[in-house]
Design a protein around this ligand. Structure first.
Ligand code: MG
Ligand code: MG
Length: 253
């Protein structure tokens, strides 16, 4: 069942979203060659805890860290490590959740490490653009399939592919709520969008094929063909007055 939120609940989700978004901004400020993914995770955790919140991912289904940190052909769910260091030319995905006063925020960004290839920059830009193409369809009376169709269409027009195996989701009291929010779909199909819906829209986009595989660590998901992958996620709310980007606190990021 889709849990609709009232005005007070959406206000509380704005607070959780702000803490989530701030943690991502702090992590971005630490992205440079030579930094370990463990260090980025520490920055995320400290930022969330200083705000009086809890990292949503820590201990979730046994996940051992506060952020998922995935590099290059890793799509999502990378585990931070003291032995993994960023290198010039990498693209790093940081996915963060914060739980505050009963609600979760969930947000991810892909960040270049130093100078990266033109193609990597284009991948990051297209992935971000596809999120906003999807967000534009988040309107009372539209259907869920309109969001995924807009994302997938923009991605395919740019020659990339959208990961189908993993999807966005409702977000609120639980980190993952109903409904699933696929990054593909048929316009005019799926549940009707209505005021009070809070969703994590999160395109995952590969330069190559859409196929992915999970590593033996039980978490890390990689592209099957080894091509680069990017991820862009915000938690958003649909209200009768329009859309609130709960985690997107810096419009340029
Ligand atoms: Mg996330
Ligand atoms: Mg999510």
């Amino acid at each position: 069942m889709i849990q609709l939120k009232n005005g007070d609940q959406i206000k509380a989700m704005m607070a959780a979203g702000r803490i989530t978004g701030e943690a991502l901004l702090r992590a971005r400020d630490h992205v440079r060659e030579g930094v370990s993914t463990y260090e980025l995770d520490r920055v995320v955790r400290e930022s969330i805890e200083k705000a009086g919140a809890k990292p949503s991912f820590l201990g979730y289904a046994g996940f051992p860290a506060s952020a998922c940190i995935s590099i290059n052909d890793e799509v999502i769910h990378g585990i931070p490590s003291r032995k993994r260091f960023l290198q010039e030319g990498d693209i790093v995905k940081i996915d963060v959740g914060a739980f505050y006063k009963g609600f979760h925020g969930d947000s991810a960004r892909t960040i270049p490490v130093g100078k990266v290839s033109e193609e990597a920059l284009r991948l990051i830009q297209v992935t971000r653009d596809s999120f906003f193409a999807g967000l534009e369809m988040l309107k009372v009376g539209n259907r869920l399939g309109d969001i995924g169709a807009a994302i997938d269409t923009l991605v395919r027009h740019n020659g990339f592919s959208t990961v189908k195996r993993y999807v966005g989701h409702g977000v609120g009291h639980e980190l993952h709520e109903s409904p699933d929010v696929p990054n593909y779909g048929t316009p005019g199909r799926g549940p009707r969008l209505c005021a009070g819906m809070t969703l994590a829209i999160e395109p995952m986009v590969n330069i190559g094929r859409e196929d992915v595989r999970e590593l033996d660590d039980g978490w890390t998901v990689k592209t099957l063909d080894g091509s680069l992958s990017a991820h862009y996620e915000n938690s958003v709310a649909l209200t009768s007055d329009g859309v609130i980007n709960l985690t997107g606190i810096d419009p340029s990021f």
